[in-house]
Write a protein that binds this ligand. Structure first.
Ligand SMILES: NC(=O)C1=CN([C@@H]2O[C@H](COP(=O)(O)OP(=O)(O)OC[C@H]3O[C@@H](n4cnc5c(N)ncnc54)[C@H](OP(=O)(O)O)[C@@H]3O)[C@@H](O)[C@H]2O)C=CC1
Ligand SMILES: O=C(O)CCC(=O)C(=O)O
Length: 420
């Protein structure tokens, strides 16, 4: 039997959610396939004068609820199917948060760490040249994702402005503040997850002093470490692409961030009771809260049984396979699901887009307050739905999102989507 593809696996969440709602079959049919995926081979000049090409994609999965929204990833293992799956998740994430967006995602298949800064800039600009007819402030709005950041978004926004002949900051979010970025977007992904943990901490049995293991130490991983440590949580294990470290009495976050600035958290191994552990043992570390903040499928059927945490906060997209989800549920481990737990990023992206369109910029306190109330509102609704139906938080988040998507599809009129 052929293994289910990544998108097929993701679609099992849709089928499961549909069982809890009385839906028109057309709604499900509409959400089963990406609306459009564009593939382009980007060619750039390297610093040594040679030319290199890179495969790139942008998927607009569904735009029923508004312009498509989602990040651009630069990763050597990116594929079209991964982009489509990430765009499917964005569709549900924006619906869970009630943002006026559909879901999209983009990627370039590249190991960006091997490029010089000038090569990276040329690649970022080439992406926008290739996709300038796809993206737009009312059509499809990119943002950062794995191995892209505000600097890349700044180059992309600049390139778009050159192509259309006018500054159009709302075409891309996660920009540098100097180019119309929002205060508070830098740590928004982690901060949204942090507000959710704060809201549910009592119910989940988490309290300051609880031990935390974090997989991935980039944007999401570093900021969650900082926010939780400031509340008294103890960061006992951390990993990045080079390996993992562990210290049962906790690791100082400033030291972790400094070591990462020098290349890798693994540079701390050997110092002050900090030991190196095999990277795949990070998820099995003795702790109360596990935070996957790296890539997809890191918790799977072969290691899910060894998870000791009471709660998993999914800051990464799709870090737990459906098989592993069942194993965790059988162990009564609570998973705060990606489409809710990491939605702080896209929520503050939405705030950035609103500020760009108003030309009026908010103080960071306003951004935080609005993010907190949005996370609490949708977190509470998801929690209540899970209790009412006796289902996991992931299923509840999908049911919550699907009912909003179905409402929008039906309001458009299904004939619009299925013209003969
Ligand atoms: N940025 C955002 O706004 C949002 C991000 N997300 C999701 O969060 C996750 C992380 O994204 P983000 O923090 O932005 O990305 P970054 O590029 O900033 O960081 C990614 C981190 O993952 C690490 N990593 C890569 N491969 C592995 C591995 N095999 N084992 C352990 N660590 C690994 C990287 O290590 P190294 O540093 O050594 O390369 C890096 O520390 C992704 O799933 C992303 O889609 C979700 C919502 C919004
Ligand atoms: O900020 C955004 O628009 C999208 C961020 C993203 O790609 C994600 O939530 O996975």
């Amino acid at each position: 039997m052929q293994a289910a593809s990544m998108l097929d696996q993701a679609l099992t969440r849709l089928d499961e959610a549909a069982r809890h709602l009385d839906l028109d079959a057309d709604v499900l049919e509409k959400l089963k396939y990406p609306r459009e995926t564009t593939k382009v081979r980007l060619m750039i000049r390297m610093d040594d004068g040679s030319r290199k090409s890179f495969m790139a994609w942008r998927c607009r999965y569904d735009d029923t609820r508004g312009p498509t929204k989602g990040g651009i990833r630069f990763h050597p293992d990116s594929t079209m199917e991964e982009v489509e799956t990430l765009a499917f998740w964005m569709t549900f994430k924006c619906a869970v948060m009630n943002l006026p967006y559909g879901g999209g995602k983009g990627a370039v298949q590249v190991d960006s760490r091997t490029l010089s800064k000038a090569e990276l800039e040329r690649l970022s600009r080439a992406y926008v040249q290739a996709f300038s007819k796809i993206i737009g402030p009312d059509r499809d709005i990119p943002a950062p994702d794995v191995y892209t950041n505000s600097m890349v978004m700044g180059w992309m926004a600049d390139e778009y402005a050159s192509i259309v002949g006018e500054a159009t900051p709302a075409v891309i979010t996660g920009k540098p503040i100097a180019l119309g970025g929002s205060l508070g977007r830098d740590d928004a992904t982690a901060r949204g997850g942090y507000y959710l943990v704060q809201r549910l901490a009592g119910t989940l049995g988490l309290e300051p002093g609880a031990r935390v293991a974090i997989q991935g130490f980039g944007n999401a991983g570093q900021h969650i470490a900082r926010l939780l440590a400031a509340d008294g949580y103890s960061i006992v294990a951390v990993s990045d692409s080079r390996g993992a470290i562990h210290c049962s009495s906790g690791i100082d976050v400033d030291r972790l961030i400094a070591a990462k600035g020098q290349g890798s958290v693994t540079n701390l191994a050997g110092a002050d009771g900090i030991s190196s552990i095999p990277a795949d043992e990070l998820v099995s570390v003795d702790c109360e809260l596990l935070v996957p903040a790296a890539l997809e499928d890191m918790i799977h059927e072969r290691n899910a049984g060894s998870v000791k945490a009471r709660v998993v906060l999914e800051l990464a997209n799709g870090p737990i396979t459906p098989e592993a989800d069942e194993i965790l549920a059988a162990k009564s481990i609570i998973v705060l699901p990606d489409i809710l737990a990491n939605a702080g990023g896209v929520t503050v992206s939405y705030f950035e887009w609103v500020q760009n369109r108003q030309g009026y910029y908010w103080p960071v306190e306003d951004v935080h307050a609005r993010l907190k109330s949005t996370m609490e509102r949708e977190g509470d609704a998801t929690w209540a739905l899970a209790q009412e139906k006796g289902i996991t938080l992931r299923s509840a988040a999908y049911v919550h999102a699907l009912s909003r998507l179905a409402g929008a599809i039906e309001a458009h009129g299904t004939q619009q989507f299925f013209t003969s």
